[in-house]
Design a binder for this molecule. Structure first.
Ligand SMILES: NC(=O)c1ccc[n+]([C@@H]2O[C@H](COP(=O)([O-])OP(=O)(O)OC[C@H]3O[C@@H](n4cnc5c(N)ncnc54)[C@H](O)[C@@H]3O)[C@@H](O)[C@H]2O)c1
Ligand SMILES: [Zn+2]
Ligand SMILES: [Zn+2]
Length: 335
């Protein structure tokens, strides 16, 4: 029996309050309105950012259904949706692509003005200012226009990419972790053949950044982490060596500079800590090193940056979503 046009009751992991365990609840998911798509989720990953939101390191309204890297199948579409149809396998995109704004129309940006990172007028809501989720009579917010920790979700038609019908469950990781780390190396850092790289933070994003550095042809890739049990995975993803921050008797950046004849060409921070961000910058070669920050810091954090660190030619960049675009094939960035 078709569920199109009807409210669907299903299970979801709801975050009622910050820093409390998620609660498995029966929720109601309203049908998609115009230019919206309702998805039956196939799989979802857990990204460090979900944890950051839960613990208010990144602010977004509660109660909320977290999760932003998922794979789903289109259950029904609202009026005016032309890019996907019921039955299509898709990935929700937490960075939308409206195709109209300054960011969407710049070949040097992948960030759409409609990106919901928790602070805008419609934070945690659909673009009409309402929610499609409710539970026990209460409105439940979405996270970054995606919300994948649920059996059904509703996303805007500018926040969706069709994928191959045979895409495996692991393809959900393209929605954030894998594509974000890999893309940071390829699209943002623009790692070059034969270069030296250091990747700080050996989680899902860091491992994927290592894979990006390897595919870009880097000849030295140093994985930097504090848990040595993660080193074999880092090596399997392409690291040529790993440094345990717990074993060092001098500052990490000094060790990295000694290992690389003065500093790496590219450093990518995937831990989300201000000291690690500073270390990443200080680990780059002073004349032309590039440091890319991907980790999410809390709103109160600031970086104690001395301009002298940049004066001789270092570049400090940020990267969201690995600099990727999905829907607008006319743009030059790679997925
Ligand atoms: N910019 C983006 O688009 C984007 C997208 C996804 C995730 N993120 C952010 O990237 C970061 C990593 O995400 P993840 O999913 O890989 O998280 P994760 O928790 O899987 O991995 C983080 C890793 O960093 C390590 N770490 C913590 N402190 C460290 C330190 N001082 N030095 C070295 N390693 C340290 C942890 O042990 C862990 O292995 C988070 O801050 C997340 O919010 C950003
Ligand atoms: Zn846009
Ligand atoms: Zn993420």
């Amino acid at each position: 029996m078709s569920t199109a046009g009807k409210v669907i009751k299903c299970k979801a992991a709801v975050a009622w309050e910050p820093s409390k365990p998620l609660s498995l609840e029966e929720i109601e998911v309203a049908p998609p309105k115009a230019h919206e798509v309702r998805l039956k989720m196939v799989s979802s990953g857990v990204c460090g950012t979900d944890n950051s939101v839960l613990h208010q390191k990144m602010i977004t309204p509660f109660p909320v259904i977290l999760g932003h890297e998922g794979l789903g199948v289109v259950e029904s579409v609202g009026e005016g949706v032309t890019n996907v149809k019921p039955g299509d396998k898709v990935i929700p995109l937490f960075v939308p692509e409206c195709g109209q704004c300054r960011g969407c129309n710049s070949p040097n940006s992948n960030v759409c003005v409609k990106l919901d990172f928790g602070s805008g007028e419609h934070a945690g809501l659909m673009y009409d200012g309402t929610s499609r989720f409710s539970c026990k009579g209460k409105l439940i917010h979405n996270f970054a226009g995606t919300s994948t920790f649920t059996e059904y979700t509703v996303v805007s038609d500018i926040s969706i990419a069709k994928v191959d019908a045979n895409a495996p469950v692991e393809a959900c990781l393209i929605g954030c972790g894998f594509g974000t780390g890999y893309g940071a190396a390829i699209n943002t850092a623009k790692v070059t053949k034969g270069s030296s790289c250091a990747v700080f933070g050996l989680g899902g994003v860091g491992f994927s950044a290592i894979a990006g550095c390897k595919d870009a042809g880097a000849s030295q890739i140093i994985g930097v982490g504090s848990h040595k049990e993660k080193f074999p995975k880092a090596m399997a993803m392409g690291a040529t060596e790993c440094v345990n921050t717990k074993d060092l008797e001098k500052p990490i950046h000094e060790v990295i500079c000694e290992m690389t004849n003065g500093g790496v060409d590219f450093a990518i921070e995937c831990a989300g800590h201000i000291p690690t961000m500073m270390t990443a910058l200080q680990s780059t070669y002073p004349c032309n090193g590039v440091a890319v920050l991907m980790g999410v810091a809390s709103p109160k954090d600031t970086m104690p940056l001395h301009p002298g660190l940049l004066l001789t030619g270092r570049t400090l960049k940020g990267s969201v979503y690995g600099g990727r675009r999905f829907a607008q094939k006319k743009k030059s960035m790679s997925c």
